[in-house]
Write a protein that binds this ligand. Structure first.
Ligand SMILES: [Zn+2]
Length: 387
């Protein structure tokens, strides 16, 4: 395969991999290739079994109409999505069209145990594949969602990393060595945003902000179906937006960051007096479901703080939908109503004063499903060579 042909195939596979199914016209816009180059290379990739096209009803079409939507063929192999959360790890095996084949998760002290965590991930990938009767050559690549800013283009973790134990760890290199598969690493809130925009509560939004409210606090922005990660990969670090001038010192070194107010530690500290030091976020969710008065009060306060921080973001970015995910996103309308009311009260009249605020639809799976998107990118070279 000559260089130009390989480059065109790679550009088109990348454009089709990024999120929702795209038309030939979208591909031409994203790749800046000519319409005729797109048409001929797409035809070649379809003939090679790399791409398929679907009509609007979702059936497979062979008409080659410009508006037909292109996606990766499901039979190409299997992609792996991994979420390294603060306190747990999840591994998902999925087809290139997003259908999940198998998954596994475990509570692990991810922050303090990088070697153990990566061994769990590596062995889980191979064991899950084995359990599905897959051969190693059918595994295409791994995407990893990490609870830290992931710097571009190095894919290294930026500060504040999950904890300092991870600072020197090359996640991609370690997992590649363990599994023999190409690996890409991204930020978990960004990837959760991509998953919710693609197949969750963010579908159809023009500018969507996904808020990850769990052990840590993060955000991801998807505009027109594309993730915006910023110039260096640090966009969306909403947890470290200062909201209290004389607030507590944050793990990032800042003061009064949103995470020091609504992060897990702050929320659980506030509950400690009444419920003891062993209470965790799952207990908080359970208490919220039971309508516990103290927890409802805490969630309403958190919602107001989040809403206040979002006022700044919405004023700058003109967001039309806010999707609240993570464990706190599962606690129901008390928190969401407080966010809505605060936005209504504080957004300046020049903005869109009613961005829709909704709970995430994919639950704790969102970040690992977003990582499957990244696995498509990791697998680009293999996909380009297929057929
Ligand atoms: Zn901070």
């Amino acid at each position: 395969m000559d260089n130009r042909r390989r480059r065109n195939r790679a550009a088109i596979v990348t454009a089709v991999s990024s999120a929702r199914p795209v038309t030939r016209r979208d591909v031409a816009a994203r790749t800046r290739l000519s319409v005729s180059a797109v048409a001929s290379t797409v035809a070649e990739l379809i003939a090679d079994g790399v791409l398929v096209e679907r009509d609007d009803a979702g059936g497979t079409s062979t008409g080659g109409r410009p508006a037909a939507r292109l996606s990766l063929a499901s039979g190409l192999g299997v992609l792996v999505g991994v979420h390294l959360g603060h306190g747990s790890t999840r591994v998902v095996l999925a087809r290139p069209d997003g259908a999940v084949l198998a998954e596994r998760s475990q509570d692990l002290d991810v922050d303090h145990r990088p070697a153990e965590t990566l061994e769990y991930v590596g062995s889980s990938v191979l064991e899950l594949a084995d359990g599905e009767g897959l051969e190693h050559r059918e595994l295409l690549g791994i995407g990893v969602a990490a609870s830290a800013p992931v710097l571009l283009p190095s894919q290294t973790l930026g500060s504040p990393a999950m904890l300092s134990d991870w600072n020197e760890i090359d996640i991609a290199e370690r997992l590649d060595r363990r599994t023999g598969l190409p690996v890409r690493v991204g930020n978990d809130a960004n990837l959760g945003a991509l998953a919710e925009a693609d197949a969750g509560a963010g579908t159809g939004a023009e500018a969507m902000l996904y808020l990850l409210l769990s052990e840590g606090v993060g955000a991801g922005l998807v505009v027109g179906g594309e993730l915006y990660a910023g110039a260096s990969g640090r966009a969306g670090e909403l947890g470290h937006l200062p909201v209290e001038r004389d607030g507590r010192i944050c793990r990032c070194g800042g003061r009064g960051c949103l995470e020091t107010v609504v992060g897990a530690r702050a929320m659980l500290d506030a509950l400690g007096q009444a419920y003891g030091s062993s209470v965790d976020l799952d207990d908080l969710v359970t208490l919220a479901e039971r309508g516990n008065t103290g927890v409802r009060r805490l969630l309403a306060d958190a919602g107001r703080s989040v809403g206040f921080a979002l006022t700044t973001v919405c004023t700058v970015l003109d967001v039309d939908r806010i999707v609240v995910g993570g464990k706190l996103g599962q606690t129901g309308d008390v928190l969401l109503d407080a966010v809505r009311q605060t936005l209504r009260a504080t957004l300046p009249p020049v903005t869109n004063q009613e961005p829709t605020v909704v709970a995430a639809a994919l639950g704790e799976r969102a970040e690992s499903l977003g990582a499957v998107h990244l696995a498509r990118v990791a697998a680009t070279e293999k996909l380009v060579a297929a057929g």
